[in-house]
Write a protein that binds this ligand. Structure first.
Ligand code: AMP
Length: 214
C-alpha cells in the first residue's frame, strides 16, 4: 500500500503527475479540487456552497473540506493506495491528515511564481470531454477546439488574473507551512516542476524509489 500527498502551486502539474502515478502504480488519484468542480458542474448543494469561493481563488472552509476528504477516503476503493492532490492546504488540514493516515511520501512540486503565472493563464480544457490543453506547450490543432471531440476549449473559472494572484498569495501564506510541518514529520521530496511532464515524472519515481514510468 502506497499513500502519497502531492503539494505544489497551481499550474505545477499536480493533477498530471498524480494521474501518471495512479495509472502505473494502480493507486487511486484523489483530487479535492476535482471533487468540488464535479459538485459545481452538477449543481449540488455542496456545489452551490463552494462555487463563489472557488471562482475567487479563495480556500473552502476546513470543516467542509475535511468532510469531503474523509468521505472520499472512507470509500476504501484504494486497496493499493492513493495519491491525494490539493489537500492538505494549510496547517490545520495537515494536522487532520497526520492524525488519521500514515503517509509514505510527500511530493513537493516546486515552480517559481513567474512560471506559475505563465502556465496558468495559458491553461484551457475541453468543455465537452474534459481534455486538458495549454496554449504554450500543448496547443490544439484548431484554435479553441478540442482535437479529440471538437468541443469548445475554455479556461477554468478560477484561472483569471485576479484569482491567480489570490491563489498564489494563499499558497505561500498557508501551504508553505504545510511543507515545513511535513518536512519535520514525514518524507518530503522536492522536485523541480519546470521541465516537461515526462522528466518530472521520472524524477519523482527516482526520488521515491519507485519503478520508472512504463
Ligand atoms: P485545485 O484544483 O486544487 O486548484 O482546487 C480548486 C479550488 O478548490 C481551490 O482554489 C479552493 O477554492 C478549493 N479547494 C481545493 N482543495 C482545497 C483545500 N484543501 N482547502 C480549501 N479549499 C480547497
Amino acid at each position: 500500500m502506497r499513500k502519497y500527498v502531492i503539494v505544489g502551486p497551481l499550474g505545477s502539474g499536480k493533477g498530471t503527475q498524480s494521474a501518471l502515478l495512479a495509472r502505473d502504480l494502480d493507486i487511486v488519484h484523489i483530487s479535492v479540487g476535482d471533487v468540488f468542480r464535479w459538485h459545481v458542474k452538477n449543481h449540488t448543494k455542496l456545489g452551490a456552497q463552494v462555487r463563489r469561493i472557488m471562482a475567487a481563488g479563495e480556500l473552502v472552509g476546513d470543516d467542509l473540506v475535511e468532510g469531503v476528504v474523509r468521505d472520499r477516503l472512507d470509500q476504501h476503493d484504494w486497496n493499493y493506495g492513493f495519491v491525494i492532490d490539493g489537500f492538505p492546504r494549510n496547517s490545520r488540514q495537515a494536522e487532520f491528515f497526520l492524525e488519521g493516515y500514515d503517509i509514505d511520501g510527500v511530493i513537493h512540486l516546486d515552480l517559481p511564481d513567474g512560471e506559475v503565472r505563465r502556465r496558468v493563464l495559458a491553461r484551457r480544457y475541453c468543455s465537452r470531454c474534459g481534455m486538458d490543453y495549454n496554449l504554450i506547450a500543448d496547443r490544439p490543432t484548431e484554435e479553441g477546439r478540442c482535437d479529440v471531440c471538437g468541443g469548445e476549449l475554455v479556461a477554468r473559472e478560477d484561472d483569471t488574473e485576479e484569482a491567480l494572484v489570490e491563489r498564489l498569495r494563499l499558497y505561500h501564506e498557508k501551504t508553505d507551512p504545510v511543507l515545513e510541518l511535513f518536512g519535520r514529520k514525514e518524507y518530503v521530496v522536492t522536485v523541480d516542476a519546470t521541465p516537461g511532464v515526462d522528466e518530472v515524472q521520472r524524477t519523482i519515481r527516482e526520488r521515491l524509489a519507485l519503478p520508472p514510468p512504463l
